[in-house]
Design a protein around this ligand. Structure first.
Ligand code: ADP
Length: 228
């Protein structure tokens, strides 16, 4: 299924149960999980959903990169793993997610991007969501709506190698498919665009292999559970 179509399906599914525009955007939304390999466009699709429903995007990659940038103890612990495209340990990532999902802005719903990435994380997320949902009645359900984005390997490579980000506003460009007006400069901020450390050629293969090995079983797990 194409990415645009997948997201439209979510929006339509949600729309069907809502009687007015206000209800549609302000009611509780089931947790949404986006699964897909690096470069599949999880970040871009998350933004479309979060802007529509006014719920936050919770990206473990962004949260971890922020720790590295700020030089926190956690950031120092995980910096090298991120730079090499290796996964951070399950307990560290689960802690970050638990903390983030208890923030006030995530009580109506949220879009998880980059999590869960291993079977352990998926099992942890299930018990966490079940517990929080039953305890406090937040969100629309505990079983997440899981969207799996599948993209051809060669397209993924072009997406990742072409990706450029504005360090000031976070806008994502692609030199092949969505170039800025002026080469390597952000259209909005005029800042010089950067390449993510782990978007370099030598790290990309490792990230794609890790995805195949660790995250595909997560998609299969949700298929069995009926969320996908
Ligand atoms: P991508 O999906 O393009 O690989 P992300 O921004 O989601 O990029 O993640 C960047 C890096 O952050 C990963 O390569 C990994 O080191 C770490 N990371 C992010 N999410 C997780 C997770 N759920 N479990 C373990 N490590 C993670």
């Amino acid at each position: 299924m194409g990415r645009r179509l997948v997201v439209s399906v979510i929006l339509e599914r949600e729309r069907a149960g809502a009687s007015s525009m206000a209800e549609q955007v302000l009611r509780n939304i089931g947790p949404i999980v986006l699964l897909g390999p690096p470069g599949a466009g999880k970040g871009t699709q998350s933004k479309r959903i979060t802007e529509h429903y006014h719920i936050p995007q919770v990206s473990t990659g962004d949260l971890l990169r922020e720790h590295v940038k700020q030089g926190t103890a956690l950031g120092q612990q995980v910096g090298e793993l991120l730079a090499n495209g290796e996964l951070v340990s399950d307990h560290l990532v689960c802690d970050i997610v638990a903390w983030r999902l208890r923030e006030p802005d995530a009580q109506r719903g949220f879009v998880l991007d980059g999590f869960p990435r291993t079977q352990k994380q998926a099992a942890w997320l299930d018990s966490f969501l079940k517990f929080e949902f039953l305890e406090s009645g937040k969100w629309a359900a505990w079983l997440p709506i899981v969207v799996r984005i599948q993209v051809d390997y060669n397209k993924l490579l072009l997406r990742i190698t072409g990706r450029r980000t504005c360090p000031t506003c976070g806008t994502i460009y692609n030199v092949y498919s969505k170039p800025p007006r002026v080469d390597e400069i952000c259209d909005l901020e005029g800042a010089k665009l950067i390449i993510r450390d782990d978007d370099r050629d030598e790290v990309i293969r490792e990230r794609l292999e890790t995805y195949e090995r660790q995250t595909k079983p997560v998609a299969e797990y949700y298929e069995r559970l009926g969320g996908l």
